[in-house]
Design a protein around this ligand. Structure first.
Ligand SMILES: [Zn+2]
Length: 288
């Protein structure tokens, strides 16, 4: 398991993987420590991530300066003044923390970016589903990124676009909004929450969701992601904890993880089904 825990009001839920809000929280946390810093050297202790860490990574990025840190979907893009970019994904269990150089590395601390400000960005990933790539072309043109759909906070993500795209589609609305070609960063937790809030049954065929309901759904997707990012912001001070993970926090969840508990809207028990191999909680009364 990941070792990351989302804490909320009633109990602690082990997080299956970092989702968009955690990646955005990571981006903001790292940016304050690394923007404008030079990379003195890169220490790769273990190359075996989802794809091998490029052997040329240290020589490619050492000596350059970090001039931007962006997010695209769940990818972090570290832009360098040489025109190169480092593209990082946290996979299912990864995190990056900021440590001072004197902090000893731990098991699964696979890669260090040693900066010229006495800090180090340390990439940790027990399950190794994360990745690090380096590219000279614009990062957005990289094969991993070029097919990604719009960001949930972009204007291109709206009810009309989803409505148009979904006509004739028989896949469930939940699987539809979790497809990164439709919109990036809507993982299982946020899809479950947004559908509960929008009152849409997760198993309903995407092609049978009307225009107005798609409008409500896009608003709720933005709302749940935005609230999670805001909650994550309160933990930024923990980013330099040398002893462990940054301790992501999440807003109170209304549906995810609450099977058989009373619906917070109608009081009747929530139900759990499996959709596209994922546990899905919904309210049979409120979601149609
Ligand atoms: Zn209900």
């Amino acid at each position: 398991m990941s070792g990351l825990f989302f804490v909320h009001a009633h109990h602690t839920v082990p997080a299956l993987m970092p989702e968009l809000p955690e990646v955005e929280t990571t981006r903001r946390g790292l940016a304050t420590h690394c923007l404008g810093a030079g990379i003195k050297r890169v220490k790769v202790r273990d190359r075996r991530l989802r794809w091998p860490v490029p052997a040329a990574l240290p020589e490619t990025v050492s000596g350059s300066r970090i001039c931007g840190l962006d997010r695209r979907g769940k990818y972090l893009i570290m832009r360098l003044d040489t025109g190169w970019s480092v593209i990082m994904h946290l996979g299912m269990s990864g995190y990056i923390r900021v440590v001072t150089l004197s902090v000893a590395y731990q098991t699964h601390d696979h890669v260090d970016f040693v900066l010229d400000n006495d800090h180090c960005l340390r990439f940790h990933d027990p399950r190794r589903f994360g990745s690090i790539h380096v590219t000279e072309a614009p990062a957005e043109a990289h094969p991993l990124l070029k097919s990604l759909g719009p960001e949930p906070f972009d204007d291109a993500f709206n009810g009309r676009a989803l409505y148009t795209r979904s006509r004739g589609r028989r896949i469930s609305i939940k699987a539809f909004i979790m497809d990164s070609r439709v919109v990036v960063g809507v993982g299982n937790i946020y899809a479950t929450e947004a559908l509960w809030r929008a009152g849409i049954h997760p198993g309903r065929a995407a092609g049978r969701v009307g225009h107005a309901r798609f409008g409500r759904l896009t608003e709720q997707i933005r709302a749940v992601l935005g609230e999670a990012i805001e909650a994550g912001g309160t933990t930024l001070r923990d980013f330099t904890r040398s002893d462990g993970q940054p301790g992501y926090f999440q807003q109170t969840l209304e549906a995810y993880g609450r099977a058989d508990q009373p619906c917070r809207r109608c009081g009747r028990p929530l139900r759990s089904i499996r959709l596209a191999q994922r546990a899905t909680v919904y309210c049979p009364t409120c979601q149609r």
